[in-house]
Design a protein around this ligand. Structure first.
Ligand code: HEC
Length: 96
């Protein structure tokens, strides 16, 4: 019984691990779900167009994580995990 349980846990962990390795968070999907109401690639909406954003990935990451005080750009550091932030920043960079 105990052994069966351990095998089940191991299988569950392997399943999760390999899923993350194969799929990983998708920046385009995150952007569509969480950012596209204010940002578009080519046109300015409430927020700047991706193409006109800062070209420094470290700056982009900082703004996404910590937001920009006094603006509609809120911090996503608690809403997205580190991998999701990296994925969405990679999406921004690859669309500039
Ligand atoms: C409620 C609207 C809103 C949402 C949702 C939003 N943003 Fe913004 N964002 C803004 C505004 C407005 C600014 C401009 C802030 C300023 O005046 O500096 C901004 C600025 C930024 C900047 C800085 C650009 C630069 O050149 O300095 C980045 C990067 C950014 N947003 C990324 C994102 C990402 C990624 C998401 C989704 C996870 C997101 N934003 C969601 C409104 C939004």
């Amino acid at each position: 019984m105990k052994k069966t349980f351990a095998i089940m846990i191991a299988a569950a962990c392997l399943g999760l691990g390999s899923q993350a390795a194969i799929a990983g968070p998708d920046g385009a999907t995150i952007f569509k779900k969480k950012c596209a109401m204010c940002h578009a690639v080519d046109v300015k909406r409430t927020g700047p167009a991706v193409k006109t954003m800062n070209k420094d990935a470290a700056v982009l990451k900082d703004v996404v994580t910590n937001g920009r005080d006094g603006t509609m750009m809120k911090p996503y550091g608690k809403k997205l995990d580190a991998e999701e932030i990296d994925a969405v920043v990679a999406f921004l960079v690859s669309n500039q």
